[in-house]
Design a protein around this ligand. Sequence first.
Ligand SMILES: Cc1ncc(COP(=O)(O)O)c(C=O)c1O
Length: 395
Amino acid sequence: MDTVRLDSTLTNPFVVTPALVLDFENIAHTYRRFENAFRSASARGVIYYAMKANANQDVIDLLAAQGSGFEIASSPELDKALAAGARGDQIICSNPVKTPSFLRRMQQVGVYGVVADSADEIEKIAHAAPGMNVYFRLAVDNTGSVLPLAGKFGVDAELALELFDLARARGLNPIGLSFHVGSQCLNAQNWVNAIRACGEVWYAAEARGHHLNFLDIGGGFPAGHYHTADIPTIEGIADAVMEALDAYIPVRSDLLFVLEPGRGMVGESGRLLATVEGKAIRRTAEGYQTWLYLDVGVFNGLMETFEGFPPVVQALDAEDRPLMTYTIAGPSCDSCDVVARGVQLPEVNIGDRLVFWDTGAYTNEYAAAFNGFPIPQVIVVGSEAVEVEPLEMLA
Ligand SMILES: Cc1ncc(COP(=O)(O)O)c(C=O)c1O
């Protein structure tokens, strides 16, 4: 981390807030750490950055220049990967639900493979992108992840095997398996258990005549090492993962072993700089609470705090002041726009600045068209001027 330049940016009073300050040296360094850590005599991890974490084009360009591939979820994300110079085979799509037009485009540009986790999705892929490489997402244990992703996606072993057969019957090319242990996964054993589960399906699929050569261990790599020492490191997770690969996945010279880090790649590169715009003391049943109202909240950058992700926040230039307990809220008029409660900070006043750590991932993304999916168009009725944009789904 380039602390000198980072600190001088954060303390520069001319920087207009809210500002997301990204340290590109940190991202490049983290990319190299992933590359070096996930390497053994028998396998080498190939990185497909999950651009949903931070799809700023400069971030995409930087990672493309490092040699990264990209995991995408939508056509706008595909555009960004291509604009950065990624080849089709450096792109995969692990979003289990895709539109036909997106599938057609991915096939046209030679995207390496797409995920499926239902019979309906396989039928859709077979129709829109005949012969495409497909891999199947297994549902795995997300316990120990700060933001579990379980439930919405993934199949059990039995269904995965049925999907292999169905995909082959529909003329697709079933290549392997993927999973996601949940975001900010604090338990390296989850990857080990998930790889073991993949190994069981792998052998069973091969017994049914399939040839597998693709294993995608998803994202989930945690951020926060600058302030919390016991968070598993990239290297610690890699040791456990590489050992599990050797133990549970058949040795394969053509194995494509994929990582899809999002938060773990960019999270620690970011500091979100905010200004205290208001302050109030409120009387509650429990006593008095002091509220700070910032120029950033859950609707314009700190959505993850609303999902239960605890923010790490620091007051700038206030170390020598007495410690106080605050409720920190965003600027909107919505009462759910509360970022954190019971936070201890040195006393701060209107005009002071706060910094949120590890905000390189899922910050600006959540405030815009997340994953590249557009916000609803507005259709005005009851007026002469009704204009309807053609929908992508119907194209
Ligand atoms: C399919 C897929 N891959 C990768 C990621 C990135 O996960 P993380 O940011 O936890 O690394 C996500 C996040 O939701 C995802 O859905």
